[in-house]
Design a protein around this ligand. Structure first.
Ligand SMILES: NC(=O)c1ccc[n+]([C@@H]2O[C@H](COP(=O)([O-])OP(=O)(O)OC[C@H]3O[C@@H](n4cnc5c(N)ncnc54)[C@H](O)[C@@H]3O)[C@@H](O)[C@H]2O)c1
Length: 255
């Protein structure tokens, strides 16, 4: 298996895309630290699924918008497994509010959970990787909206655009340490973050019609990209984003 003996941290790892990333990394033999803030029972269940795949896992409750919690998360990984090889900055939220009516609290929440967490997650993981030697992989779950405006979701787009430049700049800075920093930009994925669209047949029909592949992605179709980027086949990819969007960025002017 491609990731045997490797240790991966996945933030926001007990639901949606994060959950699929955990399982796809575990299928490749990685031991996993599952970060979560809510639903401990979902984390416990996922730990059991990883163990059933023959790997080890622990759940760690840490609010990634707080640097002290991120430090505890990295420390928990090192205490349990001795190292960190792969850091997946996946946790994210959105408010679906426009530039005209986003409040200061909404702005700060989205930017802290999506962007600040990825910045300090990258910094702290890279410090650990340099200390232990041998390089590493940092994978930022961005979005087509790192590039593509989404009217009515301004703070979210801003956070993902920030992650785009974090990925590029940190990728260049950390390349001499063989720490590769890559973004994964999903299009629309069938996860809890999209429940309002998925539960509205009109909105869902409009979305599917705009996607060349005619459907939303399954979460595991994003998890498998992350597993590839964490493995030996992606040893020369850094400071860029891999989009997995069913072709939507090439075909639609925006939604
Ligand atoms: N679903 C999509 O269509 C889509 C598309 C592009 C990008 N993304 C990105 O994928 C990532 C995962 O989203 P998802 O679709 O799986 O939705 P999700 O709501 O299932 O996952 C988000 C996760 O982040 C966690 N989280 C929220 N605040 C946190 C905090 N302070 N600390 C730690 N964890 C926290 C949540 O508990 C949840 O587990 C997000 O960054 C999202 O922006 C999703």
């Amino acid at each position: 298996m491609n990731l045997s003996g490797k240790v991966a941290i996945v933030t926001g790892g007990n639901s949606g895309i994060g959950l699929s990333i955990v399982l796809e990394l575990a299928k490749q033999g990685a031991n996993i630290v599952i970060d979560y803030v809510a639903h401990p029972e979902a984390t416990d269940d996922l730990v059991k699924q990883v163990i059933a795949l023959g790997d080890q896992a622990i759940g760690v409750k840490a609010d990634v918008s707080k640097v002290d919690d991120l430090k505890l998360l990295i420390a928990a990984a090192v205490e349990k497994f001795g190292r960190v090889d792969v850091m997946v900055n996946n946790a994210g939220v959105e408010t679906r509010t426009s530039v005209l009516d986003t409040t200061e609290a909404q702005y700060e929440k989205v930017l802290a959970i999506n962007l600040k967490s990825a910045f300090f997650g990258t910094q702290l993981a890279a410090q650990q990787m340099i200390k232990q030697g041998g390089g590493g992989r940092i994978i930022n779950i961005t979005s087509v909206h790192e590039d593509w405006p989404m009217p009515g979701n301004t703070a979210y787009c801003l956070s993902k655009g920030g992650m785009r430049m974090l990925t590029r700049t940190a990728g260049v800075e950390l390349a001499p340490h063989n720490i590769l920093v890559v973004g994964v930009g999903p299009g629309a994925v069938a996860t809890p973050i999209n429940l309002s669209t998925m539960n509205d047949p009109v909105l869902l029909g409009k979305l599917n019609a705009a996607i060349p592949m005619g459907r939303m992605a399954k979460p595991e179709e994003i998890g498998s990209v992350v597993a590839f980027l964490a493995g030996p086949g992606a040893a020369y990819i850094t400071a860029t984003t891999i989009f997995a969007d069913g072709g939507i960025m090439q075909s639609s002017p925006g939604l």
